[in-house]
Design a protein around this ligand. Structure first.
Ligand SMILES: Nc1ncnc2c1ncn2[C@@H]1O[C@H](COP(=O)(O)OP(=O)(O)OP(=O)(O)O)[C@@H](O)[C@H]1O
Ligand SMILES: [Mg+2]
Length: 350
């Protein structure tokens, strides 16, 4: 007989089940003119997106973040791996199955100007989303839904914005329209690929706060893709760090950003806010460049740049090691028999 407490735990577990999950998600793009060579853009990614939580995917340019989002959005075929929505594996690239999937999993892109057709008004853009996702709604109901969408993204009074074209709106307002269009589908999951990086710094926080409020209001699971690990700390519940197609560290955002375990995350934080210009803690440039994704380095892909690289890092890919309670890192420094080197790394974490 379960105690009342056990019953609560069980139902919590059910509520905590990921809305969307990827297992071993992989994408190798064929290299033009070669049968054997491929760009290893995404290699064996496991992601869990939970209701009412933001998970950040952070990494420098070319690490594979957008490819992950496009795979999850089913805009790209994966090379291997599984995507599960509500626990059910889904492969949906066209037709009714794809439309049903898209209703649940919506995407917001970096450049709202490019994602909104310049010849259509806000009324048309949102009206179309409502017609697609609420085909049975009558005209009066559609009008209400339309105004409701604009109100949800704080474009009020809605009448002021309905007949505007994208070029008549500010960048922040355009991104709000793109978010409203996504909400028109009443999704469970939002994939936000650098949603504020094209916006003026002064309005970024407003758009992130809006996403935060929508997350709470609609229990949305959000994948927040960003270069900016500092914004991940502010906005995301958990943070995953991606390097050369793989996730090399993950954990609660506070821990990953305050106490990074992987040497790459340490460099990323030391060089914030521009992780594309990686510099060490002593401001010397980090060794080397991001690796070739056609012939990634054997062993740990970060080994050519890693200040702590050991013999085994050059030949053996590190498994994921638990680092403290909820934090994990794919780094040999955290193997049980690497105590000396781990000390050096912990020193860098202090
Ligand atoms: N359609 C494609 N064909 C071939 N290679 C591709 C394709 N799309 C992406 N790539 C490659 O995959 C790798 C990952 O690209 P991706 O756009 O996912 O990186 P990203 O982390 O989003 O970078 P950024 O921060 O610059 O947006 C890159 O090396 C890129 O050149
Ligand atoms: Mg990208």
């Amino acid at each position: 007989m379960p105690t009342p407490h056990e019953e609560v735990t069980k139902s919590d577990t059910r509520l905590d089940a990921p809305v969307l999950e990827t297992i071993g998600l992989t994408k190798h793009f064929p290299v033009h003119g070669s049968r054997t060579r491929a760009v290893h853009a995404v290699d064996g990614i496991d992601i869990q997106l939970l209701r009412g939580k933001v998970a950040a995917l952070v990494g420098e340019s070319g690490s594979g973040k957008s490819t992950v989002a496009r795979l999850i959005a089913q805009l790209l075929n994966s090379t291997s791996g599984v995507i599960k929505l509500d626990g059910m594996p889904v492969k949906a690239h066209a037709g009714r199955k794809f439309r049903r999937y898209v209703r649940n999993v919506q995407m917001i892109l970096q450049d709202p100007f490019a994602s909104l057709n310049p010849i259509h008004t806000v009324r048309y853009v949102l009206g179309r989303s409502i017609r697609i996702h609420h085909p049975k709604a009558r005209k009066a109901e559609r009008d209400e839904l339309l105004k409701g969408l604009l109100t949800q993204v704080d474009l009020v009074p809605p009448e002021r914005y309905l007949d505007k074209f994208p070029h008549e709106l500010s960048g922040g307002q355009r991104q709000r329209v793109a978010i409203a269009r996504a909400l028109g589908a009443t999704p469970k999951v939002l994939l936000a690929d650098e949603p504020v990086s094209m916006l003026d710094v002064s309005i970024r926080i407003g758009v992130l706060n809006l996403l935060q409020n929508l997350k709470l209001k609609f229990d949305l699971a959000i994948l927040y893709i960003t270069h900016d690990i500092a914004s991940a700390r502010y906005f995301a519940d958990t943070t995953m760090v991606m390097y050369a197609g793989q996730i090399i560290e993950r954990g609660p955002s506070e821990r990953v950003t305050q106490n990074p375990a992987h040497p790459y995350t340490q460099l990323l934080i030391a060089s914030a806010p521009d992780p594309d210009q990686l510099t060490g803690r002593d401001e010397r440039p980090a060794k080397g460049e991001p690796p070739s994704l056609i012939t990634p380095p054997p062993g740990c892909r970060f080994n050519p740049r890693c200040p702590f690289a050991m013999e085994r890092c050059l030949s053996q890919q590190p498994p994921v090691f638990q680092v403290g309670d909820d934090q994990e890192a794919a780094c040999w420094l955290y193997a049980d028999d690497a105590s000396v080197d781990r000390e050096a790394a912990f020193g860098a974490r202090a």
